[in-house]
Design a protein around this ligand. Structure first.
Ligand SMILES: [Zn+2]
Length: 256
């Protein structure tokens, strides 16, 4: 593939920083708190975290996972998310080179991770991830990224329309809210990155995963379905394998 390792490494570092920012988003957006103010503090002793203790992954390792002032544990979630996002950005450039397509892959991967975590934890998907992601998806497609602006608009429209329909039918059948507004906005965002065919594939993959994993669990204890988690996995699979899967499917229905 001949990827420039310096570029891959650089992308990884950028990803680590976005991972650090994603931690702030995951912590604050579900509670409608500002991302900028106040600056990061230790949740235990409320002391401000200095820049040297705020370096992605590294600071956590150097501090052995403890606050410099009060010595209380700092959750492992922080370095794990930072490392994951760093990995997403590095792999995107390794896989697609220094292209707009790679940037789209990295941005989408970061947002999907944020959505999956907030939905699993709080059963909500912040607008900053969905509407913000939609704007980024449309901008990237305008810049000549994949799938192209018209496809991105069609994809966003398809995501919005299809999940709204599912929500209406769900409310009618189950007499309760089966699909949240966050899922609908999320699919508009996903559509802008994968186009309308990708939307179909994402919903199919998400529903399949949700049924396989969640239905057996929910029979035991009646629980809310964090459908955004399954849609996020479906969207990632779609972004990676869309063309291959659609190709298989078309060959399958043509019987060749
Ligand atoms: Zn502390």
């Amino acid at each position: 593939m001949g990827a420039d390792w310096l570029l891959v490494f650089g992308a990884g570092l950028v990803g680590l920083c976005f991972g650090s920012f994603l931690n702030v988003c995951i912590l604050r957006l579900p509670h409608d708190q500002s991302l900028l103010k106040p600056p990061s503090t230790c949740p235990q002793c409320k002391r401000r975290i200095e820049w040297r203790d705020n370096i992605p992954v590294l600071s956590w390792l150097l501090l052995k996972g403890k606050c410099r002032h009060c010595g209380k544990r700092i959750s492992r979630q922080y370095p794990i998310i930072e490392a994951l996002v760093g990995l997403v950005w590095a792999s995107a450039v390794l896989w697609l080179g220094p292209t707009l397509h790679a940037l789209a892959a990295a941005v989408l991967g970061t947002i999907l991770l944020g959505i999956a975590i907030t939905d699993a934890r709080h059963y909500l998907i912040p607008d900053e991830f969905t509407w913000g992601g939609l704007v980024l998806g449309l901008l990237l497609s305008l810049g000549g990224g994949v799938p192209g602006f018209l496809q991105a608009v069609l994809g966003a429209g398809a995501g919005l329309a299809l999940l709204s329909a599912v929500a209406v039918i769900g409310r009618w059948v189950f007499k309760e809210e089966a699909m949240g507004g966050g899922d609908i906005k999320m699919m508009a965002m996903v559509g802008s990155f994968v186009g309308w065919k990708g939307v179909l594939l994402t919903i199919f993959a998400g529903a399949l995963l949700g049924t396989l994993i969640f239905v057996p669990l929910s029979f035991k204890k009646k629980k809310l379905v964090p459908f955004g988690v399954f849609l996020a996995v479906g969207a990632a699979v779609t972004f990676l394998f869309r063309d291959t899967v659609i190709d298989w499917y078309l060959r399958f229905i043509r019987g060749s």
